[in-house]
Design a protein around this ligand. Structure first.
Ligand code: SAH
Ligand code: F3S
Length: 436
């Protein structure tokens, strides 16, 4: 046991699940190798890390005002580090604009965190760096669930997206390492894993270790052989790679949760071409239809960008048409935001700011109406729920296999159990029920 007093780490994470996982990895490194403990109070921290996102412009422009605030509030000797995608994208520019920042560490480099904190002015944002064989310590944010990276980077070139510039090209993590990590997590009580990658169903195209071989479907089959593991989720599959083999595995493998995120981006085949997404409106709808036919209670979520530079009214009508037909269970809507070093940055736009805002509003309103129509149909259905949280009022909260948040009252402690729940009441964002 170390006799040194603990140092305190404050970490703020923006953006996606992958950033959350990167933060967990950095916390594990710092706690295991450098005697840190987490604090939720910035003023107490000896080290402050911002793990940033650069997918849209707004969070990037907020970064410098946030850094200014932190610099005022922090303990005098506390170090500040900027990590993640904006670190990759702005690199040493960050220290130029905010000289009190101690280090900048790109999204592909989180394993170097213990090195970064030692050197004032450390900047490392190389996107060729291979992190796939790196085995991090584990920092558990949730008792029953664990995020597992299966690939890093992205090989696509969607014309709107900055991610390939910040996270580099796609490399799959060797299957043996993934299976090892999951087995270890399961031995520690984890029941559900969330497999992470920019395009999970492209898994296996490129490994850094030339001896590795596996497709995503094979990976899913092997993971599901881990006995004590109950549930598998993944985010996100790319619509282009959703072939029949993948869909069959998704619907027939009982351990795979029937909740799938399929990023549409646009419902117009023309805009999809301008975005270089590689699929058409018809292909996307066909994939969703096939999944809905084969899996009764499946829930489908999506990402939609409105106001892409070439989006005409007719193109937007196509997006509305897809929403009406697919009836997504959840939509993450974004107004197009021009990003540096992307192809679409140079497209001239036919969409005014007002049009983009109005289209966003229309998507939100339509989706709300659809959800209000759909939620009552859950009454009297039975869902398998993994209970993972107890509220202050004593109620238990869990998630169904298909991703609904479900709340129940129960005398006995049911945390960590998967139980059948009969739905008795609905709200827009969650359901209530009774254990049967
Ligand atoms: N392949 C990843 C996507 C990462 S970016 C995945 O699905 O896991 C997450 C989402 O941000 C994208 O699906 C897209 O809808 C949105 N997005 C990306 N770049 C954008 C931009 N320039 N403007 C607005 N939204 C954007
Ligand atoms: Fe971005 Fe397209 Fe990859 S949205 S992360 S370039 S699949």
């Amino acid at each position: 046991m170390s006799s040194l007093p603990n140092k305190k780490l404050f970490i703020q994470t923006m953006g996606c699940a992958m950033n959350e996982k990167d933060s967990e990895n950095m916390i594990a490194e710092l706690c295991i190798k450098d005697n840190y403990i987490l604090t939720a109070t910035l003023e107490d921290a000896d080290l402050i890390i911002l793990n940033t996102c650069s997918v849209r412009e707004k969070p990037v422009s907020k970064l410098f005002s946030l850094l200014g605030e932190i610099n005022k509030q922090k303990k005098q000797k506390a170090k500040i580090g900027v990590c993640g995608c904006t670190a990759s994208h702005l690199s040493s520019e960050i220290i130029k604009r905010a000289p009190y920042v101690d280090f900048v560490l790109g999204a592909r480099h989180v394993s170097k965190i213990t090195q970064a904190i030692k050197t004032k002015g450390f900047v490392d944002v190389d996107i060729d760096y291979d992190e796939t064989a790196y085995q991090f310590g584990s920092f558990e944010t949730q008792t029953y669930k664990r995020k597992i990276n299966i690939s890093i980077g992205c090989d696509k070139s969607c014309t709107f997206c900055i991610v390939p510039n910040t996270r580099g090209s796609e490399i799959s993590i060797p299957k043996e390492l993934i299976l090892q990590e999951i087995s270890k997590a399961v031995d520690g009580g984890v029941l559900e894993v969330l497999l992470l990658g920019q395009n999970v169903n492209n898994y296996g195209k490129t490994f850094s270790n030339k001896n590795s071989k596996s497709s995503f479907v094979e990976l899913l089959r092997d993971i599901s052989k881990i006995k004590k593991l109950k549930r598998i989720r993944f985010a996100s599959p790319h619509p282009l790679h959703m072939d029949d083999e993948f869909i069959d595995e998704f619907v027939t493998n009982d351990k795979i949760c029937k909740n799938i995120h399929i990023p549409l981006q646009s419902g117009s085949s023309k805009v999809l071409k301008d975005m270089r997404r590689g699929y058409t409106k018809e292909w996307f709808m066909n994939r969703c239809q096939k999944i809905r036919e084969l899996s009764k209670d499946v829930r489908i979520s999506t990402d939609i960008i409105v106001g892409f530079p070439t989006e005409s009214q007719k193109d937007f009508d196509d997006t509305i048409d897809v929403i009406k037909k697919v009836k997504f269970d959840q939509i993450f809507n974004f107004k197009y935001s021009s990003r540096p070093n992307t192809q679409a940055e140079h497209f001239s736009s036919i969409v005014s700011k007002e049009q983009a805002s109005s289209r966003l509003e229309q998507v939100i309103e339509l989706h709300k109406t659809q959800i209000d129509e759909k939620m009552p149909s859950n009454i009297n259905k039975t869902y398998k729920v993994l209970f993972e949280q107890k509220k202050e009022n004593g109620n238990f909260i869990g998630f169904s296999d298909n991703g609904y948040q479900i709340e129940v009252q129960n005398e006995k402690d049911i945390l960590g159990e998967i139980l059948d729940v009969n739905i008795t009441n609905f709200h827009r964002t969650y359901l209530e029920g009774k254990i049967i």
